[in-house]
Design a protein around this ligand. Structure first.
Ligand code: XMP
Length: 473
């Protein structure tokens, strides 16, 4: 008889409580690694779906200590701009501040304000010499759209500036002493070398929770494909200073993915690259051998996925994590458990099974920071979540096939309840994780894994696990 092994997912198991030395949930340490060289303060990552992660979500995730991965279902320029928005959100020093020329008029400035989502500009000549600054205050009461920048700006003679390389302490002193919002940085010839803003500065020193790079900027990831002009996308994202590239293909254990990994790593050996999606030990092993810095696990377990019902392939997520983690542990490569997270306990189980972070789509899609409007249906508020292999997603791609019969969807589009700011969900998930760590006597995520003892439960045990024998209010 053919022996078919059993595979399990989150709801099939529970973790056995351990004698705990942890007296308070706040004691536990949730720091982790998303990839070989990139650390996070919390193990939550928002999915690279066009109904989940653009710059607004990525900023919120990084401010909370996690990370957002910007989706790739837009042209290269737009995706790179979304990355740049995150990188500019919070800096100690903005290396390349936006500039305007003194000869531009108010109408042109207003267009730039919208384009860059930025309210103040340094004024420079063609040689990048600092001539002045133009802030919101300078233009607030100007009516004539033809007014030139040079007639509205605060000229350089009136500006407080500093030399590039100024220490954070000295910059803080200047900002405080002169009560200024912006401090342009210049070289000895008054050429622009950067900009420090008071808001970024305070954010940087007041928010120790955020996931930041070594320049104090928020971390951000971006998804890439493996076909067509994907190297052009990689080039643009690297130029926008993305921190992590995420290979976004449904069946990552494939020759085409391995070829792409080698090509990207040859051109950008320092760039952190995530490979996936896989669901097996062999899949993880092959992508690690090809050079990736993290493995993303999950085939068909997503809230909007139909891969398993369309193709018959997939591995229930807990078993997939356990299998792939055998290769990841051997090589010390972090594992991202992607999809299928419905409640806080699923995160605890994913990490205990061998994941270092979890990627979440549907649970974040209903939040304010996810792209798309709030819709009302039968008096309740919703947002849209859609699979990136769904019919509507396929049709809205720049390279959409005209012939509908050529499209075989492996995802659906759905409405999800509107859930307010994403921070609400992050707090709920992190509260569950911290509690779970105390049940597992785990000071760290590594200890949660070391101490984990899973038991498989029955249908009766599953019913007992939820609230029961009550009428919900
Ligand atoms: P959750 O469960 O968090 O899962 O919503 C998000 C993950 O689902 C994957 N994804 C898809 N899988 N067809 C699939 O089979 C699709 O159309 C699709 N779109 C997204 C993806 O891994 C994401 O992170």
């Amino acid at each position: 008889m053919i022996n078919i092994p059993q595979a399990l997912t989150y709801d099939d198991v529970l973790l056995v409580p351990k004698k705990s030395t942890i007296s308070s949930r706040s004691q536990v340490n949730t720091t982790t690694k998303i990839s070989r060289n990139l650390g996070l303060k919390i193990p939550l990552v928002s999915a690279n779906m066009d109904t989940v992660t653009e710059s607004q979500m990525a900023i919120a995730m990084a401010l909370s200590g996690g990370l957002g991965v910007i989706h790739r279902f837009c042209d290269v320029t737009r995706q790179a701009r979304e990355v740049a928005r995150v990188k500019r959100k919070q800096n100690i020093v903005i290396d390349h501040p936006f500039t305007v020329s003194p000869e531009e008029n108010l109408a042109a400035v207003k267009a730039k304000i919208i384009e860059h989502n930025c309210k103040s500009f340094l004024v420079s000549d063609r040689e990048n010499n600092l001539l002045g600054i133009l802030t919101n205050r300078d233009i607030k009461f100007v009516k004539d759209e033809q007014t030139l920048v040079r007639d509205m700006m605060t000229a350089k003679e009136k500006l407080i500036t500093a030399r590039d390389g100024i220490s954070p302490e000295a910059a803080k002193e200047l900002l405080t002493k002169h009560k200024i919002e912006k401090l342009p940085l210049v070289d000895e010839n008054f050429k622009i070398k950067g900009l420090i803003t008071a808001a970024d500065f305070l954010n940087h020193f007041n928010n120790n929770q955020a996931a930041k790079d070594n320049k104090g900027r928020l971390l951000v990831g971006a998804a890439i494909g493996v076909r067509g002009d994907y190297m052009e996308r990689v080039d643009a994202l690297v130029k926008a200073e993305v921190d992590l590239l995420v290979l976004d293909i449904a069946h990552g254990h494939s020759e085409i993915a391995i070829k792409a990994i080698k090509e990207i790593k040859t051109k950008y050996p320092q760039m952190e690259l995530v490979g996936g999606n896989v669901a097996t030990r062999e899949g993880a092993e092959d992508l690690i051998q090809a050079g990736v810095d993290a493995i993303k696990v999950g085939i068909g377990s997503g809230s909007i996925c139909t891969t398993r019902t369309t193709t018959g392939f997939g591995v229930p997520q807990l078993t997939a994590i356990m299998n792939a983690s055998q290769s990841c542990r051997k090589h010390n490569i972090p594992l991202i458990a992607d999809s299928g997270i419905r409640k806080p306990a699923d995160i605890v189980k994913a990490l205990a099974a061998g994941a270092d972070t979890v990627m979440i789509g549907g649970q974040f899609a209903g939040t304010d920071e996810a792209p798309g409007p709030i819709i009302t249906y039968q008096g309740r508020r919703y947002k849209i979540s859609r699979g990136m292999a769904s019919l509507t997603a396929a049709l809205s791609r720049p390279d959409a096939k005209e012939n509908l019969s050529q499209i075989t969807p492996e995802g659906i589009e759905a409405r999800v309840p509107y859930r307010g700011p994403v921070q609400n969900i992050i707090d709920l998930f992190m509260g569950g994780l911290r509690s779970g760590m105390s049940y597992g006597n785990a000071q760290t995520i590594a200890e949660l894994r070391e101490h984990a003892e899973f038991i498989q439960i029955t249908a009766a045990g599953s019913i007992e696990s939820g609230s029961h024998d009550n009428e919900l209010l």
